[in-house]
Design a protein around this ligand. Structure first.
Ligand SMILES: Cc1cc2nc3c(=O)[nH]c(=O)nc-3n(C[C@H](O)[C@H](O)[C@H](O)COP(=O)(O)OP(=O)(O)OC[C@H]3O[C@@H](n4cnc5c(N)ncnc54)[C@H](O)[C@@H]3O)c2cc1C
Length: 411
């Protein structure tokens, strides 16, 4: 049974079903077998907030098993040795993983190469020498990377970054700070965005470049792990770069034109987060429906009360619309359209309705919805966070309005 009339290309549906079967075989059982670890934050994280060695070992197991099975790298371009599937497959696979696994089986985050943790199609822009050094480990799932754009004083307006790469000999010395860099505490490489031409950067006409920096380079340090609400550790970090030397082989894309790579990375993040929101929303909706059919009050199932079911009907309607928007935006990207407006709409709408669907599911469960046992609180945290990451709702509205005012009024 499907609610979507437009058929998915066969290879996309096959990839989706394959990765869900992989998660059922390799992810969900690992969570069940390691409940002591996953249920106890004191063993999940080190005292400095980083993932514990036991957790890192499980992440590596999932990544490498998925890479061996051909799922991990399936959306990486063939020119990099990947499966060559596009944005629609990426959206569809993530949506299905979040839907099937829910927030409690979160090792699934490592079953498919994440756009920022690599390998991703961003790597088509690295030099041949960089490919030789990094691709093998990234494709095998033994190494990972991170995406260092945001700084303490440059978030929504990323063009305000102050990290500088100053020419020295054939290379550059990078100095600056980054914040909120996901996966940075454990990554092997970081794509660092830095100003290489201050005048052009000030005029917002280029002047920003991207560099591939090994995280063990002299002068590169993880200053602290950022702990988001509800967690005693985390995956986001603040970074310091002090005189980090980079050579020409480390330039990603064209010098002074790295901002394009930054925007493309953010677009991939928006696809990922649209899928996350719809997947989690669907998972929560189904949990709420199951519960409503069994829970009784005042001599009847709560499913018999419209006060309970109408909010769920609204969630279903909203999630259906968001799902279609995500599929549409991903298809446009596959056609070579930047889909700036449609992707902004899909991300903004999906995270809002996904969050609302989880919140309504919590309400349906009464007090049970507030426990850690069902995972609803974890999904709620997660979707609250993606209202900020990869473009806040306000910035997405700003982008949509700008496109409309430029004449892009098709909806
Ligand atoms: C969990 C998480 C993971 C992240 N991972 C990464 C990562 O891997 N790499 C990376 O580089 N960054 C990452 N980020 C950073 C993220 O991209 C920024 O947090 C985001 O762009 C917003 O920037 P800010 O937090 O500095 O908010 P600000 O830009 O300071 O905005 C503050 C508030 O003002 C509003 N606002 C700003 N400008 C306008 C405007 N013109 N009109 C209306 N409202 C406006 C915003 O919507 C927001 O509500 C991550 C963030 C989070 C939360």
């Amino acid at each position: 049974m499907t609610a979507i009339a437009m058929p998915l290309p066969e290879e996309v549906a096959t990839a989706r079903d394959g990765i869900v079967a992989f998660a059922e075989a390799e992810v969900i059982p690992r969570h069940a077998a390691n409940r002591d670890l996953f249920d106890d934050p004191r063993v999940l994280y080190r005292t400095d907030g980083r993932f514990s060695d036991d957790l890192l070992a499980l992440i590596r197991e999932v990544r490498t098993a998925s890479a061996r099975a051909g799922f991990y790298q399936m959306c990486v371009p063939e020119s990099l040795g990947g499966g060559g599937l596009g944005h629609l497959a990426y959206y569809t696979a993530w949506q299905a993983l979040f839907h099937r696994c829910g927030p409690q089986n979160w090792l699934m985050l490592y079953a498919l190469a994440h756009w920022a943790f690599g390998p991703s199609r961003l790597l088509t822009q690295v030099t041949e020498q960089a490919r030789e050094r990094i691709l093998k480990g990234l494709m095998a799932g033994t190494e990972s990377m991170c995406f260092g754009l945001t700084e303490p004083n440059a978030g929504s307006d990323a063009s305000m970054i102050k990290t500088r790469a100053t020419k020295q000999g054939d290379g550059w010395r990078i100095n600056g700070r980054k914040i909120w860099t996901s996966n940075a505490p454990v990554a092997d490489y970081c794509i660092v965005f830095a100003v290489t031409d201050a005048e052009r950067a000030a005029a917002k006409k280029g002047g920003i470049s991207a560099f591939l920096v090994p995280t063990n380079a002299a002068g590169f340090t993880v200053q602290r792990v950022i702990k988001l609400f509800g967690h005693i550790g985390g995956d986001e970090a603040e970074l310091a770069l002090e005189d980090v030397y980079v050579e020409p082989w480390q330039v990603v894309g064209k010098l002074d034109e790295g901002f394009g790579a930054a925007l493309y990375g953010v677009s991939l993040g928006r696809i990922y987060n649209s899928a996350r929101a719809v997947g989690y929303g669907r998972w929560a909706l189904e949990l709420a429906l199951d519960y409503a059919k069994t829970r009784e009050t005042f001599g009847a199932r709560i499913a018999d009360y419209q006060g309970v079911t109408f909010p769920l009907a609204e969630s279903a309607t909203e999630l259906h619309a968001a799902h279609l928007m995500g599929l549409n935006a991903a298809t446009l990207l596959d056609r070579g359209d930047a889909a700036i407006k449609e992707l902004s709409m899909a991300k903004a709408y999906s995270v809002q309705v996904g969050y609302r669907a989880v919140d309504r599911a919590m309400q349906t469960h009464g007090a049970m919805g507030l426990t850690n046992e069902l995972g609803l609180t974890e999904a709620w945290h997660s979707l609250r966070i993606v209202n900020i990451a990869d473009g806040t709702n306000e910035i997405l509205n700003r982008t949509i309005a700008q496109r409309l005012l430029k004449g892009d009024v098709e909806v």
